[in-house]
Design a protein around this ligand. Sequence first.
Ligand SMILES: Cc1cc2nc3c(=O)[nH]c(=O)nc-3n(C[C@H](O)[C@H](O)[C@H](O)COP(=O)(O)OP(=O)(O)OC[C@H]3O[C@@H](n4cnc5c(N)ncnc54)[C@H](O)[C@@H]3O)c2cc1C
Length: 274
Amino acid sequence: MTPNVSFEFFPPNTPEGAVKLRATRAALAEAAPEFFSVTYGAGGATRDKTLAVVEEIAAEGRAVAPHLSCIGATRESLRELLELYRGHGIRRLVALRGDLPSGMVDHGDFRYASELVEFVRAETGDWFRIEVAAYPEMHPQARTPAEDLQAFVAKVRAGADSAITQYFFNADAFFRFRDDALAAGVDVPIVPGIMPITNFTQLARFSESCGAELPRWVRVRLASFGDDREAIRAFGFEVVADLCRRLVAGGVPALHFYTLNQAQPSLDLWQAAR
Ligand SMILES: Cc1cc2nc3c(=O)[nH]c(=O)nc-3n(C[C@H](O)[C@H](O)[C@H](O)COP(=O)(O)OP(=O)(O)OC[C@H]3O[C@@H](n4cnc5c(N)ncnc54)[C@H](O)[C@@H]3O)c2cc1C
């Protein structure tokens, strides 16, 4: 069975970025995605920009899932945002804790994403389909994989409908996490998050901070290409297309692409994976 697909964007910072994102969306719409999602800066840093993109996508008649992070937020500010989204007919959310921006010390009313899920359910009942984050290679702040799995189970028990994972390049890590979650009594769909490889320096930096492992053999090859962006893209495509094929063969319900607001790398991978 062909899995579903979804695409994630970040809210652009400039008018040119907004124009480019419209073209990206139009290109990705050809893949008939289940939904587009839009990230949200923790502490409310991108609140208005996220809202603007979400409203634009909703106005185009496309399904959109705003990300919502609770760190640094109050119940009141989240209640207001939930009402706005409801008013726009939005039925899906990606509920996250987020990471406190440097310099910000006030954690706000919530400590963990599980509390946000509980709050959204208490406030809005079954209006929203709630996605949460999952970490096949363990969240970087967790003490042990077992504790991190328990944190994931808590989010599902609090009312999450499905999960999207942090990106990874090791299919076995995903399959083991899925098995462990099932053994812990969690049978909600777990959708792998896919990061296309297009820029080695950026990817190495990202992976370091979010705890996603860039395998040594991939890293040394990418590093050996230096500034040759074509070689990086071509090799990166092979690695990630192979990962996507393994995941699809392993029965994943969908693939969720971290597009970084570019259409072609995700589209090519999606086509190669089916
Ligand atoms: C699909 C996806 C989309 C994302 N989108 C965004 C975004 O738009 N904006 C953004 O800022 N960030 C985003 N992130 C990053 C995310 O916010 C960070 O990874 C953040 O550090 C953790 O968020 P969480 O929702 O997984 O937190 P949680 O599930 O709350 O977990 C955070 C940490 O706390 C631990 N923990 C949880 N509950 C407990 C407990 N009861 N007791 C002790 N420890 C506990 C967990 O093991 C983990 O180490 C995204 C991540 C993913 C995978």
